[in-house]
Each structure stands twice: as structure tokens, then as C-alpha cells.
Design a protein around this ligand. Structure first.
Ligand code: PMP
Length: 442
């Protein structure tokens, strides 16, 4: 009985009580709340190691959240942890440049050919926000095209038809954003070339950039249809606008690189070089980070070279940089991604078979070691299809899995992420829990 399981978390319940008195909604990011999965106290975690974390009541969970993406080497990976400790012992912040920043920038450039120049910031939100400013500075235009259901952080311009947390909580168009700003954003369905064509036909001369998650991670995992990214890039450039890839989730998630290099190596779409790329999550190895970069002449807009201002007291802080370098060093080892992909395949296939055995309609999307589960009987290739799924059933499934020690993101829109720490035994354990969970929610 999953309801009874909340009795196994009295300390989480107590902390949530108190948290709500001090912290708005009791959480420091709305996507952590359990509002969309039946409410109640979220689980307060205390420590984590490898593929597992433990809550304040001593319960252990197998982690598929991976902190919404960054934790790809598993928790407290010794190589990453010791890099952080060494950095902290040398002082956490100088307000001067450091060698580590140069190293991490070089590593990113080696992995992502479209980056001539990069700049480190503190979050994916900042990275995306700044790519928009740079694109506007470079083109002298104001409007942005985004795709429905893609999430690009919480800056004003991109909280329109936003997936992920905003959709989970039923507020894809945030309050507090002036109409004058929202009117600078044009939203087009993902995988809809004709929709983009119409948008660019109507507003093309005013469009500074087309912003896209080239592989979607924020209304489930969704691949671009064959030819879609080529169309996006061709049409955007024909309109004199810039292409911005938001790879905050996708960079280093499926292989050692971004969609651009993943496409060339593994997928059936062409490798397209975006003009600007936003990065975050994995490149900080679990500490706060973001980065953006692109073609040298566009990046030359940024101060101190150019007139577009962007700055940060904490930007490029030594601990985040050290963790990022260490994380990429782990990911660079041969076989790392092949293992996550193999486990992801087993997990996705197993979930499909299990759901089918119990007559639960389920669409599982998988890209390498990332999957998403949609309670529906149709494919999920865009935001409308992702919305048109059974949220209550997802919530029931989430609670059943949680009661069996499997921690999923508390949202039907979020992915399950594998890490280098997950094992075949973990997949077995997950599929056993799923089998029982599907049985009890059918
Ligand atoms: N872009 C994408 C694609 C994201 O998934 C996210 C966060 N989930 C962001 C931007 C914002 O990143 P952050 O939460 O670090 O601000």
C-alpha cells in the first residue's frame, strides 16, 4: 500500500512541515515538490552514493532522477569528489581567472566542434538567457522562436509554453512576465516544419534566433524526426536568424559530445552546427554551472570584447570547474556510454513488456541511457502528445515505485536517467518493482 509507505517517512513529513514555514512551498525548486503526484511531503534525502540515495528516515532508494540530469557518474564518484575537495582546500573563489577554466573550456571545445569561444555561468537558465541576449545583439532583432514544451530555464522570455516543471504544475505560461516580453516569443510545435515555416514567414525579419532542444528532454525524451533539425537550421538561416541549441540536458548525456556529434555518430540525422549552444548540468559534475558558446564572431558581442553585457561573481568558480573536468574525465573512458545504453535498452524493453502484460497502455521513449514513460497508447513526438497522457496513472505508478524503493522524477514530463553507477542488478530490481507496480495500478 503506497499510502502506508508515507508512514515510513515520518522525518521527511516533519521536515516538510517546518520547511513550508520557512521556504516557499517547502522546496527550493518547484519540480522537487510532489504536488503533481498526489501531494504530501517530498522525500528529504540525506546522503547518496553511486546509484542510490538514503532519506532522513534511513530508507534507501535507487535513483533515476540523477538530480534532473547532472549526476551521470553516480553520486559521490571518488574521482569527482576528490577533485572538489582539492579545489575547496585551495580556496573556493578568487574573482580572478584560473587555469581550470581554460582546461574545461578546451575540453568542451574538443568535444563540441561548433564552439569557438565559451563563457561559464552558474546555471542553465543563465546560459540560455545570455544566448538570447547575444543573438539579439548580433542580429539587431528582438523576437525568439521556441518550441512548445521545451524548457529553457526560468528567464522571462522562455517561460512561454514551457515543459518540465511549469507544465507539471499547470503553469506553462508563467505569471509575472509582461505581455510586452511574451509578445517577443513565437511558439511552434516540435517536429513541425510547416509550423516553423509559417512563423518565419510571418515574423522572419524580426526573429533574432530559433531556440531548440535538438533532442527534447523536457516533455519526455523526444527525438527530432528525420530531417527536422536540418529544416530548422536551413529555414532559420534563410530568415537571417541564429540557431541556438539548448543542450543543457543533452550535452554528454548520450555520448561524449552534443546532439551535433551524436547525430554524426549514431543517429539518422545530419550533424548540424548551431550558431550558439547553451550548456549546463553534466559539465559541472554535480556542482552549479552553465556555459554558453558558439561562433567566434558572434561571441565577440560579449563584454569585454563587445557591447553585450554578461557577468557573474560565482562564474567559473574553482569547485564547479574542477568537478566538471573530473566528470568529463570519467565519461571519456572507453565503454562508459555503451554500458548506459545497454542498461537503458534493457530497462525500456522490460518496462514495455511489463506494462503490456498488465494491459497498461505505455509508450516508452529511449535515447541511449535516458528514457521517458508516457501512460498513453500513442507515440509521443511533440508536446501535445506528451500532455495527452494519463497523469493520474503516472502519479499512481510513481507512488508504487517509490514505495518499492525506486525514485523517479515526480512528474510525467521528466526523464529517467541512468548513470555509470547503475548495474544490471539495479535494472532487475527496477523491473521487478515495475511488474508489481503495473499490476497494482492496472
Ligand atoms: N535548458 C534545459 C534544456 C533544461 O533542461 C534546463 C533545466 N532542466 C535548463 C535549461 C535550466 O537549467 P538550470 O535549472 O540549471 O537553470
Amino acid at each position: 500500500n503506497p499510502q502506508a509507505s508515507s508512514n515510513l517517512r515520518p522525518e521527511s513529513a516533519r521536515l516538510y512541515e517546518e520547511a513550508q514555514r520557512h521556504i516557499v512551498g517547502g522546496v527550493n525548486s518547484p519540480s522537487r515538490s510532489f504536488k503533481a503526484v498526489g501531494g504530501g511531503a517530498p522525500v528529504f534525502m540525506q546522503r547518496a552514493e553511486g546509484a542510490y540515495f538514503w532519506d532522513v528516515d534511513g530508507n534507501r532508494y535507487l535513483d533515476y532522477l540523477a538530480a534532473f540530469g547532472p549526476i551521470i557518474t553516480g553520486h559521490a564518484h571518488p574521482h569527482v569528489t576528490s577533485a572538489i575537495v582539492r579545489a575547496a582546500q585551495n580556496g573556493t573563489l578568487y574573482g580572478t581567472p584560473t587555469e581550470g577554466e581554460v582546461t574545461l573550456a578546451r575540453m568542451l571545445k574538443e568535444a563540441i566542434p561548433s564552439l569557438d569561444k565559451v563563457r561559464f555561468v552558474n546555471s542553465g537558465t543563465e546560459a540560455v538567457m545570455t544566448t538570447i541576449r547575444v543573438a539579439r545583439a548580433a542580429t539587431g532583432r528582438n523576437k525568439i522562436v521556441k518550441f512548445a514544451g521545451c524548457y529553457h530555464g526560468h528567464s522571462d522570455l522562455v517561460l512561454v509554453a514551457a515543459g518540465s516543471g511549469p507544465s507539471t504544475l499547470g503553469i506553462p505560461d508563467s505569471a509575472g512576465i509582461p505581455v510586452s516580453i511574451a509578445s517577443e516569443v513565437i511558439t511552434v510545435p516540435f517536429n513541425d516544419t510547416e509550423g516553423l515555416r509559417l512563423a518565419l514567414e510571418a515574423w522572419g525579419d524580426d526573429v533574432a534566433a530559433v531556440m531548440i532542444e535538438p533532442i527534447v528532454g523536457n516533455f519526455g525524451m523526444v527525438m527530432p524526426k528525420s530531417g527536422f533539425l536540418e529544416d530548422v537550421c536551413r529555414m532559420t538561416r534563410a530568415a537571417g536568424a541564429l540557431v541556438i541549441y539548448d543542450e543543457v540536458i543533452t550535452a554528454f548525456r548520450f555520448h561524449y559530445g552534443t546532439t551535433q556529434t551524436y547525430a554524426a555518430a549514431f543517429a539518422d540525422f545530419a550533424a548540424i552546427e548551431p550558431d550558439l549552444t547553451a550548456l549546463g548540468k553534466i559539465i559541472g559534475g554535480g556542482l552549479p554551472i552553465g556555459a554558453y558558446g558558439g561562433r567566434a564572431e558572434i561571441m565577440a558581442q560579449v563584454a569585454p570584447l563587445g557591447p553585450a553585457y554578461q557577468a557573474g561573481t560565482m562564474a567559473g568558480n574553482p569547485a564547479s570547474i574542477a568537478a566538471g573536468i573530473a566528470c568529463l574525465e570519467v565519461l571519456r573512458e572507453p565503454g562508459v556510454y555503451a554500458r548506459m545504453e545497454a542498461l537503458g535498452t534493457r530497462l525500456a524493453d522490460g518496462l514495455r513488456e511489463s506494462a503490456e502484460r498488465h494491459g497498461v497502455p505505455l509508450t516508452v521513449n529511449r535515447i541511449a541511457g535516458a528514457i521517458s514513460t508516457h501512460f498513453c497508447d500513442h507515440p509521443v513526438t511533440n508536446y501535445d502528445e506528451a500532455q495527452d497522457t494519463d497523469g493520474e496513472r503516472f502519479a499512481a505508478f510513481f507512488r508504487e515505485m517509490l514505495s518499492r524503493g525506486i525514485y523517479l522524477a515526480p512528474s510525467k514530463y521528466e526523464a529517467w536517467f541512468l548513470t555509470t553507477a547503475h548495474t544490471d542488478a539495479d535494472i532487475d530490481r527496477t523491473l521487478e518493482a515495475a511488474e508489481e507496480s503495473f499490476k497494482s495500478i492496472r
